[in-house]
Design a protein around this ligand. Structure first.
Ligand code: S3P
Length: 440
């Protein structure tokens, strides 16, 4: 099934739902559980295309995983860690599929192993920039070969040493790759981040007993002298980047009210919430709690008339995955909304600025592309029609949300990629009353 049909929504979206576990945390939890000494338990783990690639890679490296499936899209994993120095050489290349996080973080771990390995992925992933991790890992002593600095990455054993590195752009994947390599380095690794990139790796490493300090923008990791990490015990909070689609849907479909339970509210991830509130959205958090060492809570969104806002500076990294659906919200807001400082979007799963602009314009959205962002003029009536996800899960879901407020049905081609991050998106939307279905 690759074509998703979305009917114009004639009734409000209503209900209380949960969305699958956080993708970033799910990748990291499986990797670190594999490196820990002892048995890890990870609850509500996300079984999506991207994270399943990480799970399979860790299994290929000798990690034993028992899977329980109490719900189709929330798995419980019991993982027998091999210890920091216990991974085994894989039989073949590790397939990271479409997952940049899988490839970049694993590169950090594999750079420190005593066996060679190859990281590969889909055509889409083979086009994404890897120099951002290859160059600093080489500075640590890693032995990585990659034609044109793109996947496949061929990694050979190298003797790693700690170093000081200032990241040119705030990237959680880059800092995570370096911190994970730092577990295998002689001496401490210091990484400077110029902005607030998501800190799930730091939180997990600290929870597993690693000596990790944050001082201003500098993060310092000292490799454990005992060569042991404590096992992972956590319940993964719901992914705020998946909740984002439901938040915007509830905000733009008249008379809607939707509650999403136990959503991760880590401040490095709440940029969309802040932007929508600045636009006049009616969003409220209740039952704040901590889940898996992360702040979480229930998020209720109600329909609201929106006004335009600008997104630039530090909020951009905190909302980096949410701009496809933010553009849909902006198309329904009164005035001109502008995104700047977001050139990174051009090297995501696809060039998210030009592809988003092209597809939303097909639906009649008034959107102008700039080098580091775009401008959207609203409020405008979305038209029906045929659009394409271009294999980008977040673009596919953003187009589905746009379809809810369209004048005629919207058909999203190549929408199966939605399962890269949000398996069950369609059934969750249907449970809220959305008229969407797979048609081919
Ligand atoms: C991620 C970090 C971000 C984000 C991506 C997931 C992670 O990428 O866009 O979807 O899990 O570390 P960058 O680190 O490249 O900004």
């Amino acid at each position: 099934m690759t074509i998703l049909r979305v009917e114009p929504q004639t009734t409000p979206l209503r209900g209380t739902v949960t969305v699958p576990g956080d993708k970033s945390i799910s990748h990291r939890a499986v990797m670190l559980a594999g490196l820990a000494s002892g048995t890890s338990h990870i609850r509500r783990w996300l079984p999506a295309g991207d994270t399943l690639a990480t799970l399979a890679a860790m299994q290929a490296l000798g990690v034993t995983v028992a899977i329980h499936q109490p719900e189709p899209h929330a798995w419980d994993l019991t993982i027998t860690g091999q210890g920091l120095d216990g991974l085994q050489a894989p039989a073949g290349a590790l397939d990271c599929r479409n997952a940049g996080t899988c490839m970049r973080l694993l590169a950090g771990i594999l750079a420190g192993q005593s066996f060679p390995s190859t990281l590969d992925g889909s055509e889409q992933l083979r086009r994404r920039p890897m120099r951002r991790i290859i160059a600093p890992l080489r500075q640590m002593g890693a032995n990585i070969e990659a034609a044109d600095d793109k996947a496949p990455l061929h990694i050979r054993p190298g003797r790693l040493h700690g170093f000081r590195y200032e990241m040119p752009v705030a990237s959680a994947q880059v800092k995570s790759a370096l911190l994970l390599a730092g577990l295998y380095a002689a001496g401490p690794t210091h990484v400077y981040q110029p902005g607030p990139a998501r800190d799930h790796t730091e939180r997990l490493l600290a929870a597993l007993g690693v000596d990790l300090h944050v001082d201003g923008g500098w993060i310092t990791l000292t490799p454990p002298a005992t060569r042991t990490l404590a096992p992972v015990q956590l319940t993964v909070p719901a992914d705020p980047s998946s909740a984002a689609f439901l938040q915007v849907a509830a905000t733009i479909v008249p008379h809607s009210q939707v509650t999403i339970t136990n959503v991760g509210l880590n401040e490095t991830r709440t940029g969309l919430l802040d932007l929508l509130l600045a636009m006049g959205a009616d969003l409220a958090v209740s039952s704040r709690r901590e889940t898996g060492g992360e702040p979480a809570g229930d998020l209720t969104g109600r329909f609201a008339e929106l006004h335009a806002t600008d997104a630039a500076g530090e909020v951009v990294v905190r909302a980096i995955d949410e701009f496809p659906v933010w553009a849909v919200a902006a198309s329904q807001a009164a005035g001109t909304s502008t995104l700047r400082d977001a050139a990174e979007l051009r090297v995501k799963e696809v060039d998210r600025i030009s592809v988003l602009a092209g597809e939303l314009r097909r639906l009649g959205v008034v959107l102008a592309e700039q080098a580091d962002g775009f401008t959207v003029v609203g409020p405008g009536r979305v038209q029906g029609g045929q659009v394409d996800s271009h294999g980008d899960h977040r673009l596919g879901m953003a187009l589905a949300v746009a379809g809810l407020v369209a004048a005629a049905p919207v058909y999203i081609h190549h929408a199966d990629c939605i399962a890269d991050s949000f398996p069950g998106f369609v059934s969750t939307m249907q449970a809220l009353g959305a008229q969407m279905a797979w048609v081919a």
